[in-house]
Design a protein. Structure first.
Lengths: 221, 221
DNA sequence: CGCAAATTTGAACATCGTCAACTCTAGTGG
DNA sequence: CCACTAGAGTTGACGATGTTCAAATTTGCG
């Protein structure tokens, strides 16, 4: 997505920017038609808070993405928190401004479609992920997903460039922190992943994919 | 969605219709740009086949819906089967015809957005559903979802008007058929659901929602 | 009526959640 | 530069829950 040439992004960039620090809530969407944000820098996590105080994480967003773009076209409202995961810079516009800007413009509407489809693909992946019934497979699937979405090639390893804790991972795949910890430990011992500078590193993506297939053999093969 | 007034649906209807019987595969999407179908009558289930032969069900579609609309805008391809669940009538157009027809037309593009968002909402629900860690909650959440999407009010009960087996339900929420059976049995004994004409009937939606809250108390309250 | 599909049930076993205690790490301030 | 602290991660024991496999039973359709 070339920012300079993209009218939708340019429209966001023509507004005032805002800066958030790790842990700050950028948006709490509980009513309809919340403002829309373009992420210039950093990562944002979306979660709902269960009565227990446990976070149920839906998605991680990264620079270049717009949220919550689906809500601009949705009647359904959920009580969601959008929280900065590191230093974040966003540009904000109102739901009305956004709809006004794209309305009647086929090219922009097509871009909106593609952006919604991108987010939809993330959810399809989530469903695939959550359908694995054993914790080991779920963790591997999650790591492969994070690598695909946030990974940076570094020689023949992939560094997952997003500051996620074990708790974050666990909260996003219906698992406890302890189990996530234990399963990641297994992967470390097998030489499939490691930690470097507080970031997860996948040492061999192909091997990890094979491990995922093997781990589901009992049930699925 | 008023068919007579809807240009997109009218466009589908101007093509030849096709009829399928229960169990027939309408579409097998494994390459890009598959044809698009408008469902005039009946239900269609989408699944992938795991190496074991087990079905992993993604979605159930009903009359008035278009599939696979997201694929028209997607680079990602999955090996999906679209199978008739009962007598189905569809109208088919090619991916190219579809894109040609909507391109440059803001009103149609907006309708496409809304249709994609509707499907997206189903997946969001799926994720919510799968995040429940105990089988009982997962079953209840699934039944409430099916009731919302396929339910017909009948006095003060809701009949789920789609021919799903226990295996179908189980395959869509990462559970074995046996467990689904046992959990549904619990619900029957509690007088929350029953079977009528091979269809699931929810006797009291509010009570069932309360039951869902109670069943998650330990973990979430 | 008979068959195939769908469902039910039981018992043994594996997995994961729970709880509690402990260790490690990075960042803070003296 | 070190001590302190809060957050993050690790580990073990135990029990609850769901899977597995096998067998019996029910259901609906031709």
């Amino acid at each position: 997505m070339d920012k300079a040439k993209n009218p939708l992004v340019r429209y966001f960039l023509s507004h005032k920017h805002r800066v958030y620090k790790k842990g700050q809530i950028i948006l709490r969407a509980y009513m309809s038609a919340p403002d829309l944000y373009y992420i210039e820098k950093g990562h944002v996590q979306v979660y709902t808070l269960l009565p227990s105080g446990v976070q149920k994480i839906y998605v991680f967003y990264k620079a270049g993405e717009i949220f919550p773009i689906v809500m601009a076209f949705n009647k359904i409202n959920k009580n969601l928190f959008y929280e900065a995961m590191d230093d974040v810079v966003v540009y904000k516009i109102s739901d009305n401004d956004f709809l006004g800007f794209v309305s009647g413009k086929p090219k922009l509407l097509l871009e909106v479609i593609h952006r919604i489809v991108d987010i939809h693909n993330i959810y399809v992946d989530r469903v695939d992920n959550l359908e694995y019934t054993n914790a080991y497979s779920r963790i591997i699937a999650r790591l492969l997903f994070l690598a695909k979405r946030f990974g940076k090639q570094d020689e023949n390893t992939v560094i997952i460039q997003i500051p996620v804790t074990h708790a974050d991972i666990a909260n996003s795949i219906a698992m406890t922190r302890e189990t996530a910890s234990r399963e990641i430990e297994k992967l470390k011992k097998k030489g499939l992943v490691k930690i470097k500078n507080r970031l997860l590193v996948i040492l061999d993506t192909e091997k990890l994919e094979k491990e995922l297939n093997n781990s589901t053999e009992k049930r699925y093969l």
